[in-house]
Design a binder for this molecule. Structure first.
Ligand code: GLY
Length: 564
């Protein structure tokens, strides 16, 4: 019966997988509807929904489930995310928080080793997982804004899982990285699907995910409660307990997404709508833009050392506030208004020397250096009626905890590592966070995910978001500044070299393949340390321009834009 979910409208699998008109890192100029996602196959699924009369929310649900199949690094059933949605009929912006929560049995010190450092159990294995929010999140968003049936929207993902998809270079490489770094092939349920013969699934091979297909078909037919109270819940809890984790039936049953008021940031006549806490993204975007509003960025110039210095110094200060004050708003009083006030921005601005880096240690307590990392995935969708979905979802690290729920076929997140797992010590991303983000039962961990919709004169102007861990807000900010301040086209704004400062370490990260050496030398002269890293972020963005929609997939990775 479950297999009967099938394809909508008699469409064949080839339609979703051929996608030959979709090119990685593409730009598409569309007249009516458009989208950009991290996977050509997911973009093709979304395009099909839009072309067949589905709205942006329908496409977002179909794309999300498709990403769980074809982009298992960050697309997910076992993780969480944030949605910013523009409803064209009411001309209003909505935000949905389907972030994971700590299980009831979690404690503040559950990952602290005798020497005070965090154990690897917050990153790898069944104990690393928060309570997943994606399935109830998508269901809540679909219930409010969707127009096509839930079952029909899950069908493409289920079919791709059952019939298989072609593994790309990125998936093979990233499986290999997580095998070397975290041994995610140690879990038999993971090895059986992603490491045939003990090796990462090979680029060009067809990856079939039968258990995932069955799980998707069950959720399609029985609804989201299957995941939280039914057969899937049983497999999750039994699998986790057998592997030493703590997540319980009650945690799943009680999980609820939350509709929140969006953060609205005013900048040069634009209204930037994004996520409130537990996302730190909206806060950082607001704080950095408030601080920068007192500087003449145009005069500093596009991609100059001075402009990058000012952005880095503003970011440094925003991340200090982030790490000190942000937490789950249900459990922590966050002085949000004060932190985003013009007085606060003026105070921080006064501490910036336009000619010289300010060491973070002179502004806050020092801490150790970080590893480098960037995961998560974002997609942007606009439909013919003008509705817009800007959605970022994550398992935290690539493939989350690395632990596939036995018999259910999907990865569980390792979002517990986004809590302060050892107070005063850096987490995976080098972030040193305060007690406001300490682990407590039922609490949401602070996130950097920053889905955004920018409005101008009460009309949608820009839609974007990115992957990138703590570099998500600074990535999103740079694209916004490139368009609004420096007047760049969206493809150029997305392609421009990126830089990232998060307070600690005392360095500006730069993209080693993109940042020109003379620019780095000029940044060093201003007193900054610089550190090379892999491409920063993976932006999927739309711009509304002269009656068209420009859809851009970041050239750094293998995503694709589409539209018509
Ligand atoms: N786990 C990545 C984020 O929430 O920002």
């Amino acid at each position: 019966m479950m297999r009967g979910a099938g394809f909508p409208c008699g469409v064949t699998l080839a339609l979703f997988l051929a996608a030959s008109h979709l090119h990685a890192g593409s730009t598409v100029i569309a007249k009516k509807a458009a989208l950009s996602t991290a996977s050509p196959a997911a973009t093709s699924v979304g395009l099909h929904v839009l072309r067949n009369g589905g709205n942006a929310m329908d496409a977002a649900v179909a794309v999300s489930f498709a990403l769980a199949v074809v982009h298992p690094q960050a697309g997910n059933l076992g993780g969480g995310g944030f949605l910013v949605y523009y409803d064209a009929e009411s001309k209003s912006v909505w935000t949905l928080d389907f972030r994971e929560t700590a299980p009831r049995a979690a404690t503040a010190t559950m990952y602290v080793q005798p020497d005070g450092t965090p154990s690897t159990k917050s990153r790898t294995g069944a104990r690393a997982s928060g309570v997943p929010g994606t399935v109830r999140g998508l269901a809540a968003a679909h219930k409010r804004f969707g127009s096509r049936s839930w079952k029909e929207l899950i069908a493409p993902a289920a079919s791709i899982a059952r019939e298989g998809f072609r593994v790309d270079d990125e998936l093979q490489r990233e499986l290999g990285e997580e095998k070397s770094e975290r041994c995610i092939d140690q879990f038999p349920s993971t090895a059986a699907i992603f490491f045939p013969g003990g090796k990462p699934a090979a680029a060009g091979s067809t990856l079939v995910q039968k258990d995932l297909a069955t799980t998707l078909e069950r959720i399609a037919v029985l609804g989201p409660n299957d995941f939280y109270e039914g057969e899937t819940a049983k497999r999750i809890v039994e699998g986790i307990h057998a592997a030493g984790g703590i997540l319980a039936f009650r945690d799943l049953r009680d999980y609820q997404p939350v509709w929140r008021a969006p953060v609205k940031v005013l900048f040069r006549g634009y209204e930037i709508y994004t996520m409130a806490p537990p996302s730190a993204g909206g806060f950082i975007v607001g704080s950095v833009l408030n601080i920068l509003s007192g500087f003449d960025l145009e005069a500093a110039g596009f991609q100059t050392a001075t402009a990058i210095h000012l952005q880095a110094e503003a970011s440094r200060r925003a991340y200090i506030d982030r790490n000190r004050y942000l937490g789950d708003p249900a459990m922590t009083r966050i002085p949000y208004r004060e932190l985003l006030s013009s007085e606060r921005a003026a105070q921080w601005r006064a501490s910036i020397d336009p000619q010289r880096a300010t060491p973070t240690v002179t502004l806050m307590q020092p801490a150790a250096a970080p590893p480098e990392s960037s995961h998560t995935t974002h997609f942007s969708i606009a439909d013919e009626a003008g509705n817009i979905a800007s959605m970022t979802t994550t398992l935290n690290e690539n493939f989350g905890s690395g632990f596939i729920v036995p018999g259910a076929g999907f990865f569980l997140n390792n979002e517990m590592d986004d809590f302060t797992t050892a107070p005063g010590k850096p987490n995976r991303y080098g972030m040193v966070q305060g007690s406001t983000n300490a682990i407590e039962p039922g609490k949401r961990m602070v996130s950097s995910m920053t889905p955004v919709i920018v409005m101008k004169d009460a009309r949608p102007f820009l839609v974007l978001g990115s992957r990138g861990g703590p570099a998500i807000p600074t990535t999103v900010l740079q694209v916004i500044l490139n368009v609004i301040v420096f007047g760049k086209s969206l493809p150029d704004a997305v392609a421009a070299p990126r830089f990232h400062h998060q307070g600690l370490p005392e360095e500006i990260f730069y993209e080693y393949e993109r940042a020109p050496e003379p620019l780095l030398a000029a940044i060093r002269k201003l007193g900054h340390g610089v550190r090379a890293r892999e491409p920063i972020g993976d932006v999927h963005a739309l711009q509304f321009q002269n009656g068209t929609i420009v859809a851009v997939a970041d050239p750094r990775r293998g995503g694709a834009a589409g539209g018509y």
